[in-house]
Design a protein around this ligand. Structure first.
Ligand SMILES: Nc1ncnc2c1ncn2[C@@H]1O[C@H](COP(=O)(O)OP(=O)(O)OP(=O)(O)O)[C@@H](O)[C@H]1O
Ligand SMILES: [Mg+2]
Length: 364
């Protein structure tokens, strides 16, 4: 099965032209430029101008949700930004499109040094895209790939510093939204230990998809094991503790080089010299039920702060300095007022209590 990149309609594999919009599946024309196109990708050629403003430098990556380009913002002195185009087939129904727009609008208002700054949301024809800060670092996925022969890949201190920065970002962002798709692909590491920085990408974008489509996509991309069990089971109203589960998975993988799937061994069982506290942090973060986990990113951070570092193993892995380069300039956009999370109200509880008192009083 293939999808028309323009109108999202599905076709059998042997069809080469969309019968609705006449789009040819092996190429795409944007501003007169064409480039070969594989089945499920959206490709703009280098030099193309998107939305009359963004000039494509190159394609920097493709995930399940869309394609990511490095662009020059010609309106802002050719500043380098990143532009992410969502696959048109994912936002072809209005509900999904609205969810995508709502989440990007919240992201635009997030303002935290460890969260990617989202700038501009726009569309051209059927291509919905947003622009964001460009960070010239290395994704955690790329790090895992580079260190795949090193067991364990990261030292305890390095792991703790990354996880701390992630939790800092989440304890801020969870006032406004849930990420839903914390995975190594969505984490970029900048700088060198001990002075690293992280940037979390793609806040809330996963919400564009229905829970079942999201799981299907994660399974196709091989990232489903970062997803909390309740999210895997399609529970609609998940909360911030699902993100904490994903952080627990990353914590375990950074420390051990293994994925915490099935009946996994505790970190101290196979990594010599780790403090015992690590085991209880892992089991709490990865509790199958959300109410067995840390109740907040803040609480998990506190537990990490209590881990003694004296027992750390001697051997240090390769450092980030050999690969990472400095980050891009800071966001220049003015800070916006953050949306407020709806306050929990106790009014319904008081009303029920009053009703009970009245019934008891008059009933007897
Ligand atoms: N703002 C950015 N700066 C630098 N690199 C980025 C930026 N945004 C994305 N990337 C890189 O582009 C690549 C593709 O990202 P993308 O989000 O499309 O893929 P993904 O995370 O694997 O899948 P998904 O679509 O589910 O998020 C990743 O390697 C990511 O590190
Ligand atoms: Mg991503």
């Amino acid at each position: 099965m293939k999808y028309c990149t323009i109108c999202g309609k599905e076709f059998p594999d042997d069809v080469d032209t969309c019968d609705s919009c006449k789009y040819r599946f092996d190429s795409i024309a944007i501003n007169g430029e064409t480039e070969p196109l594989s089945d499920k990708t959206t490709v703009f050629s280098p030099g193309s101008i998107i939305g009359g403003r963004y000039q494509v430098i190159k394609l920097i990556g493709q995930g399940g949700m869309g394609s990511v380009f490095l662009v020059h913002d010609t309106m802002l002195k050719d500043q380098k930004n990143v532009l992410k185009v969502i696959h048109p087939r994912l936002v072809k129904n209005l509900e999904a499109l609205q969810r995508f727009i709502d989440e990007v609008i919240i992201c635009q208002k997030l303002n935290h040094p460890n969260i990617i700054k989202v700038f501009h949301l726009d569309r051209i024809d059927n291509f919905h895209f947003f622009t964001m800060e460009f960070v010239d670092g290395i994704s955690l996925r790329e790090w895992f790939n580079r260190l795949k022969d090193k067991k364990p890949p990261f030292s305890l201190t390095e792991t703790l510093s990354v996880i701390h920065l992630l939790l800092d970002a989440l304890s801020y962002a969870h006032h406004f939204m849930i990420h839903r798709d914390i995975k190594p692909e969505n984490i970029i590491i900048l700088g060198d230990f001990p002075d690293i920085r992280v940037k979390i990408l793609d806040f809330g974008i996963a919400k564009t998809l229905s829970p079942s489509k999201f799981i299907q996509m994660a399974q196709t991309m091989g990232t489903a094991y970062y997803i909390a069990p309740e999210q895997m089971n399609g529970v609609k109203n998940i909360d911030h503790r699902s993100d904490l589960y994903s952080v627990g998975m990353i914590f375990y993988e950074m420390l051990t080089g293994e994925k915490a799937v099935g009946r996994f061994s505790l970190p101290t069982e196979f990594i010599h010299g780790l403090p015992a506290e690590i085991d209880s942090i892992v089991t709490t973060a990865l509790a199958p039920r959300a109410d067995g986990r840390y109740s907040s990113a803040e609480e998990m951070k506190k537990a990490l702060e209590e881990v003694p570092l004296s027992g750390e193993r001697d051997e240090k892995p390769e450092t980030i300095s050999s690969y990472a380069v400095e980050a891009s300039p800071k966001s220049f956009l003015p800070e916006k007022e953050l949306p407020q999370k709806p306050r929990k109200t106790i009014a319904p509880a008081i009303l029920i209590l009053l009703a009970l008192i009245v019934v008891c009083f008059f009933g007897f």
